[in-house]
Design a protein around this ligand. Structure first.
Ligand SMILES: [Zn+2]
Length: 385
């Protein structure tokens, strides 16, 4: 099957992040079985989801992992012109469908290259690593990367994450962490605002503190010119409905915020400073309201940044497979940092434009799939030498 034919199959499984991925995993496993490629599953606790990894080629050190996620984001509330789960060719050189770009296109190209990989006389192995729940916080990436380390006696050297990059070689990715801060203040008549602790007012001040913290990082020179924007961003995107009336002091408020870090910043450090600030705010207000609380929890796990150092062997290895050799970075979260933390030299390169992802009428250009097919052909050639 061609990569387009396989993509059509993969898009037809409406497996959203957070949901069971058994249907698409079964299909991929059946496909691997057709070529007698044995695979290993990394299931979740109750067996409703599983990652898949496999090796093609000899059990020797130095191989490359090709990695993608099987889940997609929802389509609810989006104005699609076509059925999002039916890959549609409108004759304009683009294939429309949820996940066509992010990132079933890459998985389709990997699977389409499988027959060649199996037949080739690979001297160094290729691994597939397909995860679930990437879209809700890269939840399965660490266990998948770890299982690859544990399962094989040999050690893969490289990991290539096929997130949409317009087939450009990507060496850096921002990390992300999402937090929720909840404030428990005291209620009362609004005329008593100086005697009570308004949760809404304290929430507003904390959001401003976070905004100022972002500016301080920039002023302190914490910038990385490989990224756009060049600095760590801190942003509050959810302010929970709170309060009952304009003339009643609200005793509760909460907001969610995300930190997207350049590799030299750590979300944990920012959180630590934020918490120390909150402790001071609590101390200052304790005499007005003894039960005043500010609590900050992780909404989902920390997704580390990717920082593939200049001169890493993977850079020459991957760029040798590509037409476009100019290195870039991305600002979206991906599993790349997690694979790097597991000990693999890691880069990102995949078909499609991230600008098309997560929106109505998501598409991948056929020309992008062709380029990815070509990259994988070059990979097979280079590893057969
Ligand atoms: Zn993705």
């Amino acid at each position: 099957m061609s990569s387009i034919e396989i993509l059509k199959q993969l898009v037809s499984f409406p497996v959203l992040g957070g949901e069971s991925n058994i249907s698409i995993a079964n299909w991929i496993e059946d496909y691997l079985n057709q070529y007698n490629v044995s695979f290993k599953n990394v299931p979740n606790e109750d067996g409703t989801k599983r990652s898949i990894h496999c090796r093609i080629g000899p059990a020797v050190d130095g191989g490359i992992i090709l990695s993608g996620h099987m889940d997609v984001v929802p389509v609810e509330g989006q104005a699609w012109d076509t059925d999002p789960f039916l890959l549609t060719d409108k004759g304009d050189g683009k294939l429309y469908g949820r996940g066509s770009c992010d990132m079933k296109g890459f998985i389709a190209c990997c699977l389409a290259a499988l027959p060649d990989m199996v037949q080739a006389d690979l001297k160094t192995p290729i691994y597939f690593a397909f995860s679930y729940d990437e879209e809700i916080g890269c939840l399965a990436g660490p266990a998948l990367a770890q299982d690859i380390n544990n399962h094989y006696t040999e050690k893969p050297k490289y990991a290539l994450i096929g997130e949409p990059s317009m087939m450009k070689p990507i060496t850096g990715q921002k990390g992300i962490c999402i937090y929720e801060t909840s404030i428990n203040g005291s209620a009362g008549h609004s005329s008593r605002i100086k005697s009570e602790v308004s949760a809404i007012h304290e929430a507003a001040k904390l959001i401003v503190w976070l905004d100022n913290k972002m500016d301080r990082l920039i002023q302190d020179g914490d910038v990385d010119h490989r990224f756009s924007p060049v600095h760590t961003t801190i942003h509050s995107g959810v302010l929970a409905q709170s309060g009952i009336a304009p003339n009643v002091i609200s005793d509760n408020a909460s907001f969610q915020w995300d930190v997207r870090v350049i590799p030299k910043n750590k979300a944990e450090t920012i959180l630590h400073e934020f918490r120390s600030h909150c402790d001071k705010v609590i101390a200052k207000n304790k005499d007005r309201f003894a039960d005043f609380k500010i609590e900050t929890d992780l909404v989902h796990s920390d997704v580390p940044a990717l920082d593939c150092p200049d001169g890493s062997e993977i850079i020459s290895f991957v760029t040798a497979l590509l037409e476009d050799k100019e290195l870039g970075t991305v600002s979206y979260a991906a599993e790349a940092g997690q694979f790097a933390e597991a000990g693999f030299q890691t880069m990102i390169c995949g078909p499609g434009d991230i600008a098309q992802a997560h929106r109505a009428n998501e598409f991948v250009a056929i020309e992008q799939l062709n380029k990815c097919d070509e990259m994988l052909q070059n990979l097979v050639k280079n590893l057969s030498k």
